[in-house]
Ligand binder design. Structure first.
Ligand code: MN
Length: 267
């Protein structure tokens, strides 16, 4: 067999010569990166922190290393089904037991950036998704559903969390949209630029936090705090998202990226 006939060698060549491009969907972990803020009666998410152990000094003359600390849900991160009470008894529900094949899956990108620019509380509904499909084509099965909101542009600004007196204001899906994506599209999960898969006001929805409740109750995943979804085509990219193998972990920060066709006219 020649290298041209070997699909994996062909893939490696295409990555090497940028016929297939790699798009970084990850925000840099730093102490400044915002974390979700829950109502005050609940435990909170920690910011990333880093302490130098040595940096070519008396504590380690030839080496540099740091001690790091964070929540499983700090920064760009993956949500496993065990994160939510609805997924607590499912098999393979923690980051160390999820089947590896699910860490590499195609994505469909739904652009709601214009709607979100007009309305920070924009909710994507089943009706919206069906209208979207009439315009762009069917949402394929077994895909990540990536919601392009352009919210990553607010990282570093109070607008990212958009906390008001009545809590956070950021876009997300309603119950009908999540049920449609889970039950009729068998999605891998929901991938978003905001700090959570749910809208900022979703504590008051019925059920509360429908994305977390329905996705994780059905063995689906979440990806949050992504960036560069505006650099992906509507169809045909592959998201590579492999969380740390934390024993019984509910989620994990990760380096997540997408493979895209370098020849795609849409880009
Ligand atoms: Mn999370």
């Amino acid at each position: 067999m020649t290298s041209k006939e070997n699909i994996l060698i062909s893939l490696a060549e295409k990555i090497s010569n940028e016929d297939i491009r790699i798009i970084d969907l990850t925000n840099t972990l730093s102490s400044e990166f915002p974390v979700i803020v829950l109502p005050p009666e609940f435990g909170q998410c920690d910011h990333f922190s880093m302490e130098t152990i040595s940096k070519y000094d008396d504590n380690g003359p030839a080496w540099y290393w740091n001690k790091i600390s964070m929540n499983e849900h700090t920064g760009t991160h993956f949500d496993a089904p065990a994160h939510w009470v609805t997924g607590k008894d499912l098999p393979n529900n923690s980051v160390d037991s999820i089947p590896l094949k699910n860490f590499m899956a195609p994505a469909v990108v739904i652009d709601i950036s214009k709607e979100c620019a007009k309305n920070s509380d924009f909710l994507i509904t089943k009706k919206f998704l069906i209208g979207w499909e009439e315009q762009y084509g069917q949402i394929p099965k077994n895909h990540w559903i990536a919601l392009r909101t352009d919210w990553h542009k607010f990282v570093g600004s109070p607008k990212y969390l958009n906390m008001q007196n009545d809590g956070a204001h950021s876009p997300g899906p309603d119950k009908s949209a999540v049920e449609y994506l889970v039950h009729e599209k068998n999605c891998i999960g929901l991938a978003v630029e905001t700090v959570g898969t749910d809208a900022g006001q979703a504590f008051d929805f019925d059920p509360p936090l429908p994305a977390h409740s329905i996705l994780h109750g059905n063995g689906k995943y979440g990806l949050q705090c992504l960036r560069n979804l505006d650099k992906l085509p509507t169809f045909g990219s592959i998201i590579v998202a492999n969380p740390l193998k934390i024993e019984n972990g509910s989620g994990s920060p990760l380096r997540v990226f997408a493979l895209v066709d370098g020849q795609n006219d849409e880009l």
